[in-house]
Design a protein around this ligand. Sequence first.
Ligand code: AHR
Length: 498
Amino acid sequence: MKKARIITDRHYIKGEVDKNIFGSFTEQLGRCIYEGIYEPDSKFADEDGFRCDVIDLVRELDVPIIRWPGGNFVSGYNWEDGIGPKESRPARLELAWGVTEDNQFGIDEFATWCKKVEADPLVAVNLGTGTPEDARRLVEYCNHPSGTALSDLRIKHGYKEPHGIKYWCLGNEMDGPWQIGHKTAYEYARVANETAKVMKWVDPSIKLVACGSSGLWMKTFGEWEVTVLDECYDNVDYISLHTYYGNQAKDTPSFLANTVGFNDFIKAVISICDYVKAKRHSRKDIMLSFDEWNVWYHSHNVHFEKWSKHPHQLEDHYNFEDALLVGGMLISLINNCDRVKIGCLAQLINVIAPIMTNKDGAFRQTTFWPFAQASKYGRGTALDLRIDCPKYDAKNYTDVPILDAAAVANDEKETISLFIVNKDLAEDVEVTCDLRQYEGYRVKESTELVSDDLLATNWFNDEKLRPTKTDNAAIDGGILTAVLKPASWNVIILKKQA
Ligand code: AHR
């Protein structure tokens, strides 16, 4: 059995976890919206045409913020196509994904659905084909109370109260040549700043996310962020990061080692933000919005009929090892909570998603579980851990720790939640953690997500992979000892005894 030590001091804290790091993303893509969120003909539909079974699962995930409408989709989207009587809404060729969009779901439906799932909307504006004026008009339509043409139009459509949308993205992946209206860093920076200005003039309370790079691997990475922040620094609050990983090479140790790259990406963007801050002699910190992250590769070669309506696109069927990496990335978001303030698992339903539907029901993919548990137990203060554990070399990284771990203390509830991934595929790891500073704390519950089969999956009416309770952890004399199975996601909840 391998041995490891988690070193913690209750006074060494990383920061408060912003609940918004447990956000997600819904794009007008594939069957995410149509057949996922909105399916008026479904036996599960409520009075607004939203699927109640999906609403229940999204609530179970406890997602505090949801990004929409894209993604690549937003860069050709005219939001005014998606408002008003449904029968008058136009069908359009949707160039980002090669389908037909009939606009039966738009901003009003999204805001209504977000209320039902108790999430804040994070709305992206179109800076591909769209203009600052289009974005400004959208803020006015959504957030201005009444007495102007656009706010009164919202009221006429049945929404007397403003939607009050606080969080907005200034476009999507504008550094990518695949994007409709792709821009150079300077072209984007200028339009983003002008858009930010007028959006905030309409509603000064809103928070804005500028587009960072679509990945650490982009040739323009670094220069892009500097150029964008040089222009937009005073008018934006966050910069975005996006990344996806896959195990095409069928090399699980290297696949799981991607948490190192994920963490490096975050650290690099923090450094860039702080470089621009220093150059400007500014007192303001730019925060990070990791508003697209996930595993994505299983569905890359699936074909669909061009210009069809909501075809099966990007429907990754996740396996057990994918859940381990998702758990590792959640741990990294928690451990960087002093600067990462928004995180969006991309995506939420049917498209590279933890929730899948068909006409008869819905099921939880393997990746549902680490997300649900981190979202439920990961609210509080993240402790600044040191992890002393064996390391291994992977294809892209050396000295990869076999454990990813985070700890979140919640003083109000008098709990500590430990999240640990054991990436060792062969051996148990015995972890110890000196918790003598937390007098009276005992193990309340320990669960593990394990499988003998790294490729095991869930399916409709067959959710075999789910966390199970275990008695693998105990505190004796203030020292926690836990034995973690090979290839496992572990959540240990400690609670002060009354
Ligand atoms: O989430 C799928 C796609 O990935 C998004 O539309 C785009 O922003 C990214 O490239």
